[in-house]
Design a protein around this ligand. Structure first.
Ligand code: PLP
Length: 432
């Protein structure tokens, strides 16, 4: 079959055989089809170059198509590929690396996606405590397993509406009865939830630094309060570091904030784009991850700890350390946020910018949000014009107002300076 002549034709071809043309929800709504990646850049089928601040929603941290990582993968594939028996090549090495840097990691088990990792966290917590209920925060996304795909729908944010509704169709409606959803940064609400449900809670899920609705840090003391309540009520504290792990810091956000969870779900940046994720945790809990027992949680997956993904992750972590990429990521991120803040002040746009390390978010509202409802008040029409202007200038960012954006370590000072000029133009377009 000949290649479609243009992007529209490629979309039509895909839509004919793949539902909505894509296999992941956030990939719809674009005209572009990307066909080449390198370093900080990405090229569409019609040859246009963009500086990439989406970075596949998180995984690309060193830079696109990193040759060092790809060579490690190829070597692994050509030496001993997936065997399905015993420890896989590179598995213990990667677990040792993670245990050495992540405060909550005594042991690590590997899977293939963040959704898998959070599902295993639920199972381990339930097996360990003998309880069923899960607490999570409103708006926080933890993947698509039924147990946690609750209370983060962008569709119903009416004041007073129930928080614990399933995020989409096909999810088991009965599960929501066992999910307690609390507003992020609501300390009184959190205390009340533990007072009411503490004895029935198996786990409390939290992002250390929220990226599910942009960039919204915990208020001072909030994570510490969650830790304290979990300990007091015998509840497993799960930190979802799928976005922050290996990006905010090599040891995850927990190594920055000083609050150590019992279990950590991670994925994305650990393998610079290869599909590796995992669950890390304290010995006492990871011991509940047995194979095929009626009482212990099971981890089982044909592609878990595939030697290709392990090789990618071992190489990525090695480069993170040898090249001190976090100094670069933080410097460029700071340059970006400061430049955008100046551009906002200069243009008078009713916007704010915030973020951490290599990530940032521009909200079209005068004040920074502290929770999901406030974040969702970012003006979607202004954001639409802002986004369209940036795209036309060759800057690729998420297409919805609460999308967090991030740069990778191949992004140069000059790339950021050019982007800030594009932002100036886009802010004017947003308010026009
Ligand atoms: N947890 C968080 C915080 C995420 O941002 C995501 C994905 O964006 C997930 C879990 C699910 O990860 P995956 O898409 O690898 O299943």
């Amino acid at each position: 079959m000949t290649e479609p002549a243009d992007q529209a034709a490629t979309w039509r071809r895909s839509e004919a055989v793949v539902p909505r043309g894509v296999s992941s929800g956030h990939r719809v709504g674009w005209k572009q089809v990307f066909v080449r990646t390198q370093g900080a850049y990405i090229w569409d089928q019609e040859g246009r170059q963009y500086v990439d601040y989406l970075n596949a929603w998180g995984p690309i941290v060193l830079g696109h198509s990193d040759r060092r990582v790809n060579e490690a993968v190829l070597t692994a594939a050509n030496t001993c590929d997936l065997t399905g028996v015993g420890p896989q090549a590179g598995e213990a090495e990667l677990a040792e690396r993670i245990c050495a840097v992540m405060p909550s990691a005594d042991k690590v088990a590997f899977c293939t996606s963040g959704t898998d990792a959070t599902m295993h966290a639920v199972h381990v917590a339930r097996a360990a405590t003998g309880r069923l209920k899960i607490l999570k925060f409103h708006g926080s996304y933890h993947g698509w397993n039924d147990h946690v795909a609750v209370g983060s729908s962008r569709k119903d944010l009416t004041e007073g509406s129930a928080l614990n509704t399933p995020n989409g169709g096909g999810l088991h409606p009965a599960v929501v009865a066992d999910v307690v959803v609390v507003e992020w940064n609501d300390a009184a609400g959190l205390r009340a939830a533990f007072d009411q449900h503490g004895a029935e809670l198996a786990a409390a899920f939290t992002e250390g630094y929220v990226h599910s609705f942009g960039c919204v840090p915990a208020a001072p003391g909030f994570l510490e309060l969650l830790r304290e309540l979990c300990t007091a009520h015998g509840v497993v504290m799960v930190m979802d570091e799928v976005k922050t792990g290996f990006r905010a810091a090599i040891g995850g956000y927990q190594s920055i904030c000083g609050v150590t969870p019992d279990l950590t779900a991670f994925g994305k940046a650990v393998a610079n784009g290869y599909s590796l994720a995992g669950l890390a945790g304290i010995d006492a809990l990871m011991g509940h991850l047995g194979a095929y027992s009626k009482t212990e949680a099971t981890i089982d997956g044909t592609y878990n700890a595939s030697p290709y993904a392990l090789a990618a992750a071992n190489k990525t972590m090695q480069i993170m350390e040898s090249d001190d990429i976090f100094t670069t990521l933080y410097a460029r991120g700071e340059q970006m946020r400061t430049g955008i803040a100046d551009a906002i002040a200069e243009t008078g746009a009713p916007a704010t910018v915030t973020g951490l390390g290599s990530e940032w978010c521009v909200y079209f509202r005068p004040e920074l949000p502290t929770n999901f409802r406030e974040a969702m008040q970012s003006d979607a029409e202004m954001y639409g014009r802002y986004h369209a202007s940036l795209l036309s200038q060759g800057v690729l960012e998420p297409a919805f107002p609460t999308g967090d954006r991030r740069l990778n370590a191949a992004t140069t000072e000059a790339d950021v300076a050019t982007t800030i000029e594009c932002v100036r133009v886009a802010l004017r377009a947003a308010v026009s």
